[in-house]
Design a binder for this molecule. Structure first.
Ligand code: FNR
Length: 388
């Protein structure tokens, strides 16, 4: 192990001795407020908003407050080990960046996918690159350095196009395919409806389509000549309401680890497992897709049990290092950060994302030290107690 993640605070305190304060906010609330103040209205609403009254979105966050960690003493947790092997990837910590389409637009230079990839390279925290991207997946993968990068697939209705996207991801060096199941159409999002804004329909973040030979072959004029026609074609091909009958086909189109995102019900997990997936990803899309749902954290224990040893990725509502530790204790193999890194990007580009990731990791590490859980194996449901 190199420097423990918690050493980030020493850097900050020693800077403080020289009168230097951190460039970026130290709490999620302040980070969010600063990001929302700098993002253009349409991007701000798209990123911060969710489905319906956004109750699920808030419930995702609130769910973490209903669990408390028991501190354990006389453990001597002077050294912590957060490293984990998952899908053949040796990770420094069980943390990854969840796929965020339009992350490209959160950067001031409009190339947020590349900025995110660079943050992955600097921290070793893997990026899950969305199908929706300002820059093509090959360019994104090229910026991730030694950090693993996973490709998130929105399965188009055209199987040849799906196959082409996956083949490109394999060639570009992506380490796994994450198929998102809960967003084959857009949930009811009042904030975006208010301004009539669906970024993709306006031609944003479609580089993986417009650079794809199969997609291009289906157009009369090139996307460069007629971007509007390309966006319309995208809207025709985008949403594939997959059924269980499609799983064997999905399994067949890649030799990479196949992970399915959006599972919350144990029965779905069992069927996916039987269908040959390599991992499940418990998430409710951060409450962006369906309001009135369970907080994703409350679904996690059932997913872990049904996964029966398969790796379980988790996201939705994770804001702090303490949240990461709680999700790990409830059985997640690795935990996804979503909106917070988008806010870090908005506030400070790659440096801003690196700050967010280092802060989350530092808090998790220090918490494991203080509370006496030096390894991931120590983090079990017995470390937690339900509050209220
Ligand atoms: C997302 N999410 C998402 N998921 C996915 O599989 N593909 C995608 O392209 C996107 N795009 C996207 C855009 C924006 C603006 C957000 C905020 C989220 C969902 C994402 O991967 C993750 O599930 C949520 O972000 C988790 O919720 P919190 O923790 O960010 O609230």
């Amino acid at each position: 192990m190199g420097q423990p993640f918690g050493s980030y605070q020493n850097e900050i305190y020693f800077d403080g001795l020289r009168g230097v304060r951190p460039r970026f906010p130290m709490s999620h609330g302040e980070l969010e407020a600063r990001a929302l103040a700098v993002l253009p209205e349409s991007v701000r609403d798209y990123v911060a908003g969710g489905a319906g009254d956004e109750r699920t979105q808030r419930a995702n966050v609130a769910a973490f407050e209903r669990w408390g960690l028991y501190p354990r003493m006389f453990v001597g947790a002077a050294r912590r080990d957060l490293s984990v092997d998952v899908f053949g990837m040796a990770l420094p910590a069980p943390l990854f960046m969840a796929p965020i389409g339009v992350i490209g637009l959160c950067a001031q230079d409009g190339h947020g996918d590349l900025a995110t990839a660079r943050a992955a390279a600097r921290t070793g925290v893997p990026m899950v690159a969305s199908t929706f991207s300002v820059d093509p997946m090959e360019a994104v993968a090229a910026e991730t350095g030694p950090a693993p990068v996973l490709f998130q697939l929105y399965t188009p209705t055209d199987r040849d196009l799906a196959g082409s996207l996956v083949e490109r991801a394999e060639k570009a060096g992506f380490k796994a395919i994450v198929v998102t199941l809960d967003a084959w159409l857009t949930g009811w999002r009042p904030r975006d409806l208010r301004t009539g804004n669906l970024p993709q329909l306006r031609g944003h973040c479609l580089a993986n389509y417009t650079s794809d030979p199969v997609f291009r072959a289906g157009l009369e004029r090139t996307p460069e000549e007629d971007p509007q026609a390309a966006a319309l074609r995208w809207s025709e091909l985008f949403g594939n309401p997959l059924t269980w009958d499609d799983l064997s086909w999905l399994r067949s189109i890649t030799t990479l680890p196949l992970i399915v995102k959006g599972l919350c019900h144990p029965e779905d997990v069992r069927r996916a497992r039987d269908g040959g997936v390599d991992g499940v990803y418990c998430s409710n899309h951060g409450g962006r897709q369906a309001d009135g749902g369970l907080p994703a954290l409350d679904a996690l224990p059932g997913v872990v049990e049904a996964a029966d040893g398969l790796p379980v990725l988790f996201d939705s509502g994770v804001r702090t290092g303490a949240d990461v530790v709680k999700a790990l204790a409830l059985g997640a193999t690795a935990v996804g950060i979503g909106r917070p890194y988008a806010y870090g990007l908005a506030v400070g580009g790659t440096d801003g994302i690196v700050h967010v990731l280092r802060s989350v990791l530092a808090e998790a590490d220090l918490l494991m030290a203080v509370d006496g859980y030096p390894t991931l194996a120590d983090l079990t449901p017995e470390a937690l107690r339900r509050i209220g």
